[in-house]
Design a binder for this molecule. Sequence first.
Ligand SMILES: O=C(CO)[C@H](O)[C@H](O)COP(=O)(O)O
Length: 234
Amino acid sequence: MTERNTSTDSPEKRAAGIAAARLVSSGMVVGLGTGSTVAYTIKELGRLVREKGLDILGVVTSYQSEMLAIEAGIKLTTLSQHPELDLAIDGADQIDSELHAIKGGGAAHTREKIVSVSAKRFVVVADESKTSTQLDKTVPVEVLPFAKELAVKKIRELGGKPHLRSAVKKDGPVITDNGNFVLDAEFGVIKDPETLALQLSAIPGVVEHGIFCNVDELYIGNKDGSVKIVTRQK
Ligand SMILES: O=C(CO)[C@H](O)[C@H](O)COP(=O)(O)O
């Protein structure tokens, strides 16, 4: 896994994040993703709640987005109370021309996938550096600690090179919000993301992987504040 750029002052990320916040209107239940790009969306939604009376409920995807949403003043709910969301907005680590995405740079992809699949519309916010004709970044795979060695073996059989993600400011592995490990698996260029997604899901002990095939729209922010919107061809 390359080092994360979680810069909190990026004009490109801000442009994309704020543009996506305009999709939200009163009465909506909205999935709130994780990471530095969607953080702009969450802060903007908080501003609209405070200053414009926007009346929404949020469903968070991580402790990070929970803390941000609470700080922003967004009322929260759960998938148990609201199993169907109007919209989910989240970042991505890489996204190809057909809107397949790799997520999980922040190890939050399991809840992010559950929330995004629970939404009628899933919008990804990103800067240009995340776009690519084909996916070739490492794929985060959340695994039960009990299943680590089996998952390593099965990922190798699929042609991947898995590495246990280590924590930066803690000795030992990263532990997800769900209490599991993350294997970052290198596959080189992923020619068929949908097939690999199914193969990874079939490994016993894999909780969730970071290949997302359900993105509806991509908001790409530019330095000048403009935003390019790409919609998935159905
Ligand atoms: O998938 C994610 C967390 O698990 C993030 O959405 C992804 O890593 C993008 O983060 P950022 O917007 O900070 O680049």
